[in-house]
Design a protein. Structure first.
Length: 202
């Protein structure tokens, strides 16, 4: 009986040690991930790349490091690699709104606009997603690119309602009104875009 109890204590100790090691590795991986994002913000993409790789060597399932590395590959214009990394991050967390949003941008760069629209929609489905204006703009731009002008109008209008200073959204909304044959609204929207551009630059 005594040996059995000692065996149980030994197993519990191993479990605790394993759990402690897992936590340590997760913390170390997150540390390198945070440094990676600091370098990314400073546009030092080579060092960001190295730090994200270190994070993933320690914890291959660090979704934020995968996302960060994908962003670096976007800067390197390696869009297929970036897409694959975004998808790996999303396989770990399907509610990762920022990854869906950036995947949408990546699909646009790959000229895959239907996939981009779907990605932006999934980002927008998360109520905690902050930059809805940019997602609606991305969605509207892709609708415009594939000739779905009424859908483009609706998405661009939603983008502007959330951020009136989104100048590109006004510009593409004007182009969309032109495609829809509504030249009065096209002219009015274009004047607004020009006015906002003057204010922003001034």
């Amino acid at each position: 009986m005594k040996l059995k109890i000692l065996g149980i204590i030994f197993l519990l100790t191993l479990t605790a040690c394993g759990s402690s090691e897992t936590v340590r590795q997760a913390n170390e991986s997150d540390f390198h991930k945070e440094i990676g994002f600091a370098y990314y913000i400073e546009k030092n993409y080579q060092l960001a790349y190295a730090e994200f790789h270190k994070a993933l060597q320690i914890d291959p399932n660090n979704k934020d490091a995968l996302h960060g590395l994908a962003l670096v590959h976007m800067e390197f214009q390696e869009y297929e690699m970036a897409r694959d990394l975004f998808l790996r991050a999303l396989a770990l967390d399907s509610n990762y709104a920022d990854a869906w949003f950036n995947l949408g941008i990546c699909y646009q760069r790959l000229n895959m606009h239907k996939e981009a629209i779907d990605s932006f929609s999934k980002a927008l489905s998360n109520p905690l997603f902050v930059t809805q204006d940019k997602a609606y703009f991305g969605q509207g731009l892709s609708y415009y690119r594939i000739g779905k002008y009424e859908d483009a109008r609706q998405s661009l209008d939603k983008a502007i309602k959330r951020n009136i200073m989104l100048i590109d959204a006004h510009f593409y909304l004007a182009l969309t009104y032109q495609k829809l044959g509504n030249y009065s609204e096209a002219s009015k929207t274009l004047r607004t875009a020009i006015k906002l551009h003057s204010v922003y630059k001034g």
